[in-house]
Design a protein around this ligand. Structure first.
Ligand SMILES: [Zn+2]
Length: 67
């Protein structure tokens, strides 16, 4: 099972893959296309951010359940 999550940059629309454990509330990462800091907040007004966060949460739950 892959723990990579597709993240879409709200600024340039480019997509990249990020590890699920790096995507959690309050975390941020630079866009690989435009270098804008993408901030993961559950209250983000960007659908793509909220989707990435909920996807990461689901993957982490599945990882826990597997052990
Ligand atoms: Zn970007």
């Amino acid at each position: 099972m892959s723990d990579l999550i597709r993240v879409q940059c709200p600024k340039c629309g480019g997509t990249m893959k990020a590890k699920a454990k790096k995507i959690r509330g309050g975390a941020s990462m630079p866009c690989t296309h435009c270098a804008t800091a993408i901030v993961f907040e559950s209250e983000s007004r960007e659908d793509s951010i909220r989707q990435a966060l909920s996807h990461a949460r689901r993957l982490r739950r599945q990882a826990l359940a597997a052990h």
